[in-house]
Design a binder for this molecule. Sequence first.
Ligand SMILES: Nc1ncnc2c1ncn2[C@@H]1O[C@H](COP(=O)(O)OP(=O)(O)OP(=O)(O)O)[C@@H](O)[C@H]1O
Length: 290
Amino acid sequence: MSGDETTLRGDVLALEGVSVWLGGRQILDEVSFTLAPGDFAGLIGSNGAGKTTILRIIMGLQEPAEGKVLVDGRRLGRRNRSVGYVPQKVLIDPDAPLRARDLVALGLDGERVGPRIPSRRRRQLVDEMLEAVDAARFADARVGNLSGGEQQRVLIAHALISRPRLLLMDEPLANLDIRSGQEIVDLLARIACEQHIAVLLSAHDMNPLLPVMDRVVYVAGGRVAAGTTNEVVRTEVLSKLYGHPVNVLRVDGRVLVVSGSDVSLEAVPRQPQPGRPAAEATGRRGGGDV
Ligand SMILES: Nc1ncnc2c1ncn2[C@@H]1O[C@H](COP(=O)(O)OP(=O)(O)OP(=O)(O)O)[C@@H](O)[C@H]1O
C-alpha cells in the first residue's frame, strides 16, 4: 500500500475531493467524507442531487474525474467483495422458481475463487444470514411472492453473506410503508453495530433515519456536508451547502428544511435552477466529461 492509500482513523470508507462530470455537467464537486466501522449513515438529498452517483463511485462503477475513493484504506478494484450493495428495485417474476434461500446463497458464489463451499456449510451460512435479518420464516418462499419489506430483508442477506465491510443501500425505503421502513432501518442499525460494518443508505427524507442515524451525508448542488446529525442538520450548515438561506425547523419530532416559501418534510429542491451547471454555482469550472 502506498503512503497516500492509508486513512487516518481506520475508516472503512473515505472519499477525498471527488468530482464527477456527466453529459457535460458537473454532478459532484469535490465531495469528501468518511465512514468508520459501525457507522449507520444516511445519504440524504432530493431527486437528482447525486446520491446514486456517489454510490456508483464508491462501487467503482463510475470513475471520478478528480479525487479518490478508499475502502479499508485501499483504492477499490472492480472485483472487490468489501462492498455489499442493495439496489433500489429488483424485479423478480413471481413464477420464477427462486426461493429466498437460493437468492441469499448466490451471494456466496459471486466472484469467489477456489473450491466451492461444501453444501452443508453453505446451508448453515445461509440459515445464519436469514436468521440475522429476521427472514428465516420465509426462507423457502418464492422471492417473487414476498412483500417489498420481506424482499428487502432477503436482498440485505444476499449482500451481507460475503461479509462486506461496507453495505450500500439505494433508497431502500422508497417503496415501503412507514412500519416496514422503520423495521428495515432498525434492522440495518443493528447489523451495523453487531457486525461492525459501515452502512450507507440513500433517502430523500431523513426523518425515518433520525432515531438511529450516527452520521449524515447531505448532498445538494453537487456538494456534501457530512458529520453527525446535530453537526450537519443546522440552518447555517445547510444554507452554506445550498448556497442560499434555508431554515432547519424541528416540529413534532420531525425535521423540516424550509427554503424561501417552500416548506418540505423532505430535502429542499436542488439549487441552482435546472440547466445551470453546479460548477458555476460554486464559482469553479470543471474539466471534461468522464
Ligand atoms: N449518465 C448520465 N449522463 C448525464 N447525466 C446523468 C447521468 N447519470 C446521472 N445524471 C444526472 O446526474 C444527476 C444526479 O443523478 P443521480 O441519479 O446521482 O441523483 P439521485 O440523487 O440519486 O436522484 P434520485 O433520488 O432521483 O434517484 C441528475 O441530474 C442526473 O440527471
